[in-house]
Design a protein around this ligand. Structure first.
Ligand code: C2E
Ligand code: CA
Ligand code: CA
Ligand code: CA
Length: 280
């Protein structure tokens, strides 16, 4: 037992140091990733469940690291936040996403919406309003076609500050979405506090396994009903199966997003996807 303990300790150490190495490489190369153009946005379509048309896309960042390969956002966004790089990255995301959205709109003639994820840190900073204004100006994108996604936790962190920024953003004409709805423990009072345009039901809620747990189905139904009473449309994320889709349609969910329709797509595949999707 002692031997095993020592081995697993050594193993643990090795794993730890691998992890630390990875983290150090990430930290060291993160500050140059922007100027080296290693970031890329992928776009996941969101489908309107009454018309079955593509209503918009969510922009999701990827980092193509020259040595480590593609790094997922959950691995570097928290580090970028800690190290103070998130404002610069976030600004780049806004610019890139708005330009790409305007390109899609020019190509299709359809008013397709673009959603951009914001980190809590961006909400706290002074830079956000300017960044949003600049991204709209530079791209020529209509303000109401830009939607900013914020998690509940980011919102309720500092209600007064969030309220101020929300009002200022609304003043620019952009839409505001609550991301990962249903995962926080913040209560629902904030729903009345903020001018929220969209609720995005978290995928952990929506997927089959969890949905079948006692009561969860009804919770989802109740969430959607409540949102509708407040005049807020609901988007379900993480829709992977026809079953889930049917359930959501029965609940009168407004829009859905997930692998069932498409994974996040590289920019150059977006036009082709739109053509195929409206073709059948
Ligand atoms: P999120 O905003 O909740 O984004 C949804 C995540 O679910 C994405 O992961 C997406 O690829 C994944 N997904 C989509 N459909 C399905 C599905 O049917 N099944 C499953 N299992 N997963 C699905 P991704 O791209 O790895 O992003 C993870 C998180 O990183 C995002 O969660 C968001 O919080 C953050 N993030 C991504 N891009 C940005 C960004 O530009 N800025 C900031 N601040 N955060 C970002
Ligand atoms: Ca999101
Ligand atoms: Ca989400
Ligand atoms: Ca999430």
């Amino acid at each position: 037992a002692k031997e095993a303990g020592r081995n697993s300790y050594r193993f643990f150490n090795q794993a730890m140091s691998e992890q630390m190495k990875g983290r150090m490489t990430i930290e060291n190369s993160l500050h140059r990733a922007l100027e080296r153009k290693e970031f890329e946005l992928h776009y996941q379509p969101r489908v309107n469940l009454s018309t079955l048309q593509v209503a918009g896309f969510e922009a999701l960042i990827r980092w193509n690291h020259p040595q480590l390969g593609r790094i997922a956002p959950l691995e570097f966004i928290p580090i970028a936040e800690e190290r103070g790089f998130i404002a610069e990255i976030g600004k780049w995301v806004l610019d890139e996403a708005c330009c790409q959205a305007q390109r899609i709109i020019d190509a299709t003639g359809k008013p397709i919406r673009i959603s951009v994820n914001l980190s809590a840190r961006q909400l706290a900073g002074e830079q956000l309003l300017d960044d949003v204004r600049n991204a709209l100006d530079r791209s020529g994108l209509r303000a109401d076609l830009l939607e900013l996604e914020l998690t509940e936790t980011a919102l309720v962190n500092d209600i007064d500050a969030s309220t101020r920024i929300f009002q200022a953003l609304k003043g620019l004409g952009v839409s505001l979405a609550v991301d990962d709805f249903g995962t926080g423990y913040s209560g629902l009072a904030y729903l009345g506090q903020f001018p929220i345009d969209v609720l995005k039901l978290d995928r952990s809620f929506v997927n089959q396994k969890n949905r079948d747990k006692t009561g969860n189905k009804r919770v989802i139904e109740a969430f959607i009903e409540m949102a509708h009473r407040l005049g807020i449309p609901v988007v379900a994320e993480g829709v992977e199966t026809a079953d889930t889709l049917a359930f959501l349609i029965a609940c009168r969910c407004d829009e859905a997003q997930g692998y069932y329709f498409a994974p996040p797509l590289p920019a150059q595949e977006v036009a082709g996807f739109l053509e195929r999707f409206s073709g059948d």
